[in-house]
Design a protein around this ligand. Structure first.
Ligand code: LLP
Length: 405
């Protein structure tokens, strides 16, 4: 691979050290354009809200906001990140779960809140004048790994369909007048028909919920979940087919219920940043054991997805393309789940070689943690051959400073 955003990988490793997260600015912009382009072509009444949890780096948020996306936030500090990126209130939405009163006090700064349960209504500060919505558990979900399915019988999220009308009735009784309706049933889904099915569920239910209240919802939100391929044998999500299927479903549903087609909200996270990110790491040790172990200076603390979900990431060695047997890639953490890949075809490497994990823009830096005293890496944004530090590496003072109480 030639480099990222015109930047040479050896130079980046030498200048910023490893492990190091890298982002390709142009790719993020292209992903924003692709997603918005597809939905605008088929359903112009679509508003996109980037799911900050995928990667909350403020420099990336600013890039994404400049393309016209709003922000979907899951916690008060994510609201702060969105505000600092200059995103206006009406384009900031809050979708939490099991929120405390303090959480909802912060959420009230947003233009819309998707509540996870009817009981959350009592915790909402008086005077919230944004759009109120409930998150529906549609009774099914779908995603690339069981751990990232967020709808259906095993999900901790949302309100079962049969209880949703009562939630809106209560909110209307309490004097709320501006409503939306929300679902998010799984992540990393590459099946257009899944999104159409979710749209149908939420749309038909919305009709039954809002008609008796004499209210029109200001949006139908089908969440994020737009998937990306992580291996060479996975095909990309057909965005055009997805947007077309969702639009067709909305048009049909609105016609059947005799209502104007609603505004649509989507909350993409992974699709925007996933394939624009990389993790650059170096070989620190090689052990010929039961497997041929290649140890890296990144571990599950740097890139958790393989240990947490069994997720796979494409991996290449900089300057070495030809496999010379198999290797098991692992980190330096004292956990036996600290393994990135087992017995994969791999080039002959030596200590110091640079190994690159691909598709590491979403839920990678965002989920890094300093276990074993292995600190969080720096992040660099690459564009037109210019590399810019956008997060410094966590240092000894950050780590030890917390204990100075
Ligand atoms: N909206 C809500 C309310 C969400 O909970 C999520 C993700 C999204 C939007 C964005 O979903 P996306 O478009 O990125 O699929 N850590 C896991 C993914 C967990 C997703 C959690 N919610 C992973 O590494 O795959």
């Amino acid at each position: 691979m030639k480099g990222i955003g015109g930047c040479d990988l050896h130079e980046l490793a030498a200048r910023f050290g490893t492990p190091l997260y890298l982002y390709d600015a142009e790719r993020i912009e292209r992903n924003c354009r692709a997603l918005q382009g597809a939905f605008n072509a088929h359903y112009p009444a679509t508003d996109s809200f980037y799911a900050v949890k995928a990667n909350g780096n403020p420099h990336l948020l600013r890039l994404i906001a400049a393309r016209g996306l709003g922000a979907d936030c899951a916690a008060p500090l994510e609201v702060t990140l969105a505000e600092r990126a200059g995103i206006p209130r009406e384009n900031i939405m809050y979708t939490g779960n099991y929120e405390s009163r303090d959480d909802l006090a912060a959420a009230a700064r947003c233009g819309a809140i998707n509540l996870d349960d009817i009981t959350a209504l009592d915790k909402l500060p008086a005077g919230f004048d944004g759009i109120l919505s409930f998150r529906v558990n549609p009774g099914e979900g779908g995603g690339s790994h069981p751990g990232i399915i967020t709808g259906g019988p095993g999900a901790k999220f949302g309100i079962p369909l049969e209880s949703v009308p009562a939630a809106y009735r209560l909110a209307a009784d309490r004097g709320f007048t501006r409503f939306g309706i929300h679902l998010m049933a799984g992540s990393n889904n590459r099946d257009p028909l899944f999104f159409a099915r979710m749209t149908a569920i939420i749309c038909h239910n919305a009709a039954g919920i809002f008609r008796p209240l004499g209210i029109l919802p200001e949006y139908l939100d089908i969440g994020g979940g737009f998937g990306i391929p992580y291996t060479d044998d996975e095909t990309p999500l057909d965005l055009d087919a997805t947007a077309k299927a969702v639009a067709g479903t909305l048009a049909l549903c609105a016609a059947q219920h005799g209502v104007t087609p609603p505004r649509l909200r989507i909350e993409p996270g992974r699709y925007i940043v996933g394939d624009a990110g990389y993790l650059l790491t170096r070989v620190t040790g090689i052990k010929e054991g039961i497997h041929r172990f290649v140890g890296l200076d990144a571990g599950m603390n740097t890139l958790l997805r393989p240990a947490l979900y069994g997720a796979r990431h494409r991996v290449t060695v900089v300057g070495k393309d030809t496999p010379a047997g198999v290797a098991t890639l692992c980190g330096r953490i004292c956990e036996n789940t600290d393994i990135f890949a087992t017995d994969i075809p791999f080039p002959a490497v030596t200590e110091g070689d640079i190994v690159l994990f691909h598709d590491a823009g979403a839920y990678c830096a965002a989920m890094a943690f300093p276990y074993n005293g292995r600190l969080r890496p720096a992040e660099v944004l690459c564009e037109n051959g210019v590399a810019r530090l956008i997060a410094r590496a966590e240092d000894k003072t950050d780590f030890l400073g917390r204990y100075a109480v």
